[in-house]
Design a protein around this ligand. Structure first.
Ligand code: AMP
Ligand code: ZN
Length: 114
């Protein structure tokens, strides 16, 4: 047992506002949304950062992105646009060390990101 926040969600010990569950990933609403839609897509398997992802995990990363795309389409964000973000390590703003893809949409995004 580890005390990783997202592992606790995977195990059902903490219940986020769930959006999608498959055998390999879960997706739920971010508790501190940075856009009208802010959903996190999280693999069930604990991987601390993108640096720890192995070459064999390519399909898993693809599934995270495809899940985000499906959710964006369901929520009618495909036309207006949406942003997918994965922060890697503290310098990039990562605060939960279990990889996750942010799906942000519903407002105009600016570039460069902060
Ligand atoms: P990051 O900074 O990229 O590691 O993203 C972590 C995200 O997890 C942040 O956007 C937080 O708002 C979000 N978060 C932290 N705790 C919770 C929680 N209990 N439920 C949902 N989202 C959370
Ligand atoms: Zn974890």
């Amino acid at each position: 047992m580890n005390d990783c926040l997202f592992c606790k969600m995977v195990r059902g010990e903490i219940q986020p506002r769930m959006v999608m569950e498959t055998d390999e990933l879960i997706a739920f609403h971010d508790i501190n949304p940075q856009a009208p839609t802010h959903i996190l897509v999280v693999p069930r398997r604990h991987i601390a950062t993108l640096n720890e992802v192995g070459d064999a995990d390519g399909p898993l990363l693809g599934k995270l992105m495809l899940a985000a795309r499906h959710i964006a389409q369901d929520r009618k964000l495909a036309e207006s646009g949406y942003r997918l973000v994965m922060n890697c390590n503290r310098g990039a703003g990562q605060t939960v060390f279990h990889i996750h893809l942010h799906l942000l949409g519903g407002r105009l995004m600016t570039w460069p990101p902060g």
